[in-house]
Design a protein around this ligand. Structure first.
Ligand SMILES: Cc1cc2nc3c(=O)[nH]c(=O)nc-3n(C[C@H](O)[C@H](O)[C@H](O)COP(=O)(O)O)c2cc1C
Length: 149
């Protein structure tokens, strides 16, 4: 069975967490193992990252950029790569939440492209998160799972 980790930052209202959980449900329904990590609570380790067949990444829009802990995750991958660890090329699904701006999408996709093969389109959820954004995350989780089965 494939293993997918959903790595996200959620802090203000739990909006990004709602999207992360919908995506994780899609992964479960499609038959892969899934683990969720809120980077606002702890950092992702190299071993956890290497053990994943694919990842889903989620961030809120903070000042038209990624939340700090998701930026730190990208900083970690860069340095793991520089140390020779095989971190590049995993399939990745992207999702974000925002309060009406959403300009984080461009830097988020730019950073993701440096290390991952993006699967599907980035799901954008404006607060309050509606059913449509949750359905899109559920479907994205299923699409991502097809890449690891
Ligand atoms: C420090 C901070 C900066 C923010 N900056 C933006 C912004 O530039 N554009 C925007 O659309 N929303 C902005 N927001 C709103 C959040 O992106 C939005 O409420 C998001 O859904 C919060 O996700 P969370 O509840 O998972 O933490 C900001 C919120 C915070 C706390």
């Amino acid at each position: 069975m494939g293993k997918i980790i959903v790595i996200y930052h959620s802090q203000q209202f739990g909006n990004t967490k709602v999207l992360a959980e919908a995506l994780a449900e899609g992964v479960r329904e499609a038959g892969a193992e899934v683990e969720l990590i809120n980077t606002n609570e702890r950092r992702v380790t190299l071993d956890e990252f290497l053990a994943a067949d694919a990842v889903a990444l989620g961030t809120p829009d903070y000042f038209s950029y990624l939340a700090g802990t998701i930026k730190t995750f990208f900083d970690d991958i860069y340095q793991w790569d520089q140390s020779g660890e095989p971190v590049k090329g995993k399939p990745a699904a992207l999702f974000l939440s925002h309060g009406g701006g959403g300009r984080v999408k461009q830097p988020f996709e730019y950073l993701a492209r440096r290390f991952f093969e993006q699967v599907g389109d980035t799901v954008e959820g404006e607060r309050p998160i509606n059913e449509d954004a949750k359905k899109k995350c559920l479907a994205l989780g299923k699409e991502l799972t097809k890449k690891v089965k």
